[in-house]
Design a protein around this ligand. Structure first.
Ligand code: FAD
Length: 700
């Protein structure tokens, strides 16, 4: 600190915070500190927040004013305090629940309150320089030493101080160009900025409805219709996660989920209580019920209009080709085809000369400790059997097909993979594939009691390969699954993989009703059923998932031309469209087979992620603050980045003004609203009154 500074404290910005800081410094230093407030506003317009007026900061608690009275000796009263309230009610989106934050509060007149603050500060000896825009902080020996800027005439301004307080608001230029090393953030993340706007309205009283207006309480509506926040789905809804299938309640922050933008990490999870009718949607082919709250937006596609968003309760069952179809995103085809696997990413081992070897723990004595006892050291060494697999495994046709065989017929016993089948030709084929992968195997035969045909087993005697397959595809019929990279291998390899799967566990169903034969794959793993459905969709086969509740199994069935594709010949899939589905680029459109309503009371969950899984935007609240019997401060706050995202996603042009107008229009009490335009209403809603405010600010 420089003792020769012009002032002890300079406060840049004479808004709510700056003026309280100035009065506090003067008061606590017994008016000995030399304090200067610099503000860009003219002296006649103190506290004007933006060039367009005195927006926001109207509601304050009784406690805050008591604090100022007790500690600074400043008493606020009429006319700067315009109206008194008893507390704040926060309403749930459906207005059925409300939470009361009890405690007296006041509505300030935003134009008169700063005048009072300035007069009080001047009485305490604070100096003011009006019409000065602070541009940069001055630094000396790594410390802030003053402020420079320009006055209203364009002349340079410069003053030094022992302490400088930046109170120029949330979008401070001084902070952005901070000239010293510091932990203070220079730029505020756009996701932390909330755009807010408000009107002061005079109105005629409409219906008496305390959920919309009461002169005695401030109201905050957590509204999700105007700005969709808080869409929710029932707890058992399955979510396709990378390498697993989870219910929405199990999904954690950071899990990667399938969205319209491909795999996206979950950046937020939320749960709330819901009582009412859920919309139960059953898409054709997937045949999996999804239960949504009525306002949840659903992406639909229509032959005539293309893709759009619809509220769940606006959907209709598809009975004709021109009806709405649900949009199901497929895992995005990789820009680069995955053509090899790095073994070390999936199993531990020691790499040497292009191979990964099994390790063994070796422990030996390693000198004596100070107390005389022997020290032991344990190291990982190569296993004497030298079991190995290539460090990089090329994902060719034979490797892909062998993986398919493992998924359908493979089991792991005594650290070895065994693939079993009654068909000796199949066994010959599998052993050839194993040989091509450079692994050893033994074949043994099991005679089964009561069965004429013996069962053949190919046992691959390589424990590393067994660990690799287990880590990629799971172990045990109920938990088998497909890894996410399977959607990124070449089409040729996908077909080879499917050949292995279908020849193993696939079956041909002969239709009773004269329809062509169907190819079906049955599994007791739900995750595998969904993964296989997606994989088939990726090669143009839209199968149907059928649940066998008795056996707790899922059958993935492809009919007609689609089924031929999976037959011996593996012909090209015929991209026929029927009423059940249509194919888009990287998407499948499924018709709505069944729509029902179901009464539900309990928790509903939601996720936030980069893609279009949950079209949330983070914060949205609408407030109604009474300023008198027929006068109200009404506004809303939204996450700026969230609003932009939502507009892009829904192809909308929503802005705060439009959203507030809609909100006021929905209010049953506020009739014939007109902007309050009294002398003291502070350029109410003049021009663009949107102001940024930092979300973390504990401003309300
Ligand atoms: C719509 C809305 C409603 C709100 N409602 C409430 C509410 O009901 N109750 C509540 O407690 N809070 C409310 N807030 C928050 C409250 O308004 C802010 O927390 C508070 O105004 C912040 O005060 P401040 O002094 O830090 O900044 P500001 O009020 O923004 O003041 C900044 C001051 O610095 C001056 N200035 C800016 N840049 C420069 C520069 N380069 N050089 C010189 N001077 C400069 C400006 O002229 C202004 O006087 C609301 C906010 C918004 C956006």
């Amino acid at each position: 600190m420089n003792p020769d500074s012009d002032y002890d404290v300079i406060i840049a910005g004479g808004g709510m915070a700056g003026l309280i800081a100035a009065a506090s410094v003067a008061h606590y230093s017994n008016q000995r500190a030399r304090v200067l407030v610099v503000d860009r506003n003219p002296a006649s317009e103190p506290g004007k927040k933006t060039h367009n007026g005195w927006t926001c900061g109207d509601a304050v608690s009784r406690n805050s004013l008591n604090y100022l009275a007790r500690n600074l000796g400043i008493q606020y009263g009429r006319p700067e305090v315009e109206h008194d309230v008893k507390g704040i009610y926060v309403y749930s989106p459906d207005h059925k629940r409300k939470v009361l934050f009890e405690g007296e509060g006041h509505l300030l007149n935003r134009k008169l309150a700063p005048r009072r603050q300035v007069t009080d500060a001047q009485k305490l000896g604070v100096e003011f320089r009006w019409g000065v825009t602070a541009e940069r902080l001055l630094a000396e020996d790594g410390h802030i030493a003053g402020v420079s800027g320009r006055d209203s005439e364009g002349d340079a301004f410069r003053a030094t101080a022992k302490v400088v307080i930046d109170a120029t608001g949330s979008s401070s230029v001084l902070r952005r160009f901070l000239p010293i090393e510091s932990y203070i953030e220079r730029e505020i993340d756009m996701d932390d900025i909330e755009a807010t706007g408000r009107y002061i309205l005079e109105f005629d009283r409409g219906a008496e409805d305390e959920t919309y207006f009461t002169p005695e309480y401030c109201l905050i509506h957590l509204d999700q219709y105007l700005a969709p926040a808080g869409y929710c789905v029932a707890p058992e809804t399955p979510i396709i996660c990378k390498n697993s299938l989870k219910t929405i309640g199990e999904v954690k922050l950071g899990d990667e989920i399938l969205t319209s933008e491909g795999w996206m990490p979950v950046s937020g999870t939320s749960v709330r209580n819901f009582t009412g009718n859920l919309v139960v949607i059953t898409p054709s082919m997937l045949n999996q019920e999804v239960k949504l709250t009525p306002e949840h937006l659903v992406r639909v596609w229509n032959r005539r209009t293309g893709e759009m968003w619809r509220r769940a309760d606006d959907l209709t069952e598809s009975t004709r080709r021109n009806d709405d179809y649900l949009v199901v995103p497929l895992p995005t085809p990789a820009e680069e085809i995955v053509s090899q696997l790095d073994s070390l990413e999936h199993v531990d081992g020691i790499t040497k000369d292009g191979y990964l070897y099994v390790t063994i723990k070796r422990s030996f004595f390693n000198g004596r400790a100070p107390d005389g006892s022997w020290r032991r050291k344990t190291v990982l060494a190569m296993h004497p059997k030298r079991t190995r697999i290539p460090a990089t495994i090329p994902l060719d046709k034979s490797c892909s097909e062998l993986c398919g065989w493992y998924v359908s017929e493979g089991s792991i016993k005594k650290k070895h993979v065994t693939i079993s089948n009654t068909d000796s030709q199949i066994i010959a084929r599998v052993s050839r594939l194993v040989k091509e992968q450079g692994s050893n195997y033994v074949i043994w035969k099991v005679l089964r009691r009561g069965r004429s045909k013996p069962c053949f087993n190919v046992e691959i005697t390589n424990s590393l390969l067994a660990r690799l397959l287990e880590s990629l595809f799971g172990k045990g019929a109920r938990v088998k699954r497909l890894p996410s990279w399977i959607h990124q291998i070449s089409r040729e390899n996908k077909l080879a993989f499917l050949t292995g799967m279908y020849r193993g566990d696939g079956s041909v169903e002969h239709s009773k009703r004269g329809r062509s034969d169907a190819r079906s794959y049955t599994t007791t793993s739900h995750a595998l059923a969904v993964d296989l459905w997606l994989l088939l969709a990726g090669v143009g086969v839209i199968a149907s998932i059928k649940r066998n509740k008795k056996k707790n199994a899922w059958a993935i069935v492809a009919y007609g031309h689609q089924a031929d594709f999976l037959g011996e010949g593996l012909k090209k899939a015929v991209r026929k469209q029927n009423i059940g589905f249509a194919l888009g680029r990287g998407k499948v459109y499924l018709s709505i087979r069944k729509l029902e309503r179901e009464w539900y009371s309990g928790p509903v969950y939601d996720l936030n992620s980069g893609g279009d899984f949950t079209p949330l935007f983070n914060v949205h609240n609408c407030w109604v603050f009474p300023k008198g019997q027929n006068k109200v401060n009404i506004g809303l706050g939204v996450s700026k980045a969230g609003l932009d995202r939502r507009n892009r996603r829904f192809n909308k042009q929503d802005n705060l003004q439009g959203l507030i107008d809609e909100y006021v229009g929905a209010n049953s009490v506020i009739k014939n609203p007109r902007l309050a335009s009294g002398e003291d209403d502070g350029d109410n809603a003049k021009g663009n009154w949107q102001v940024p405010v930092r979300r973390q600010n504990d401003c309300m």
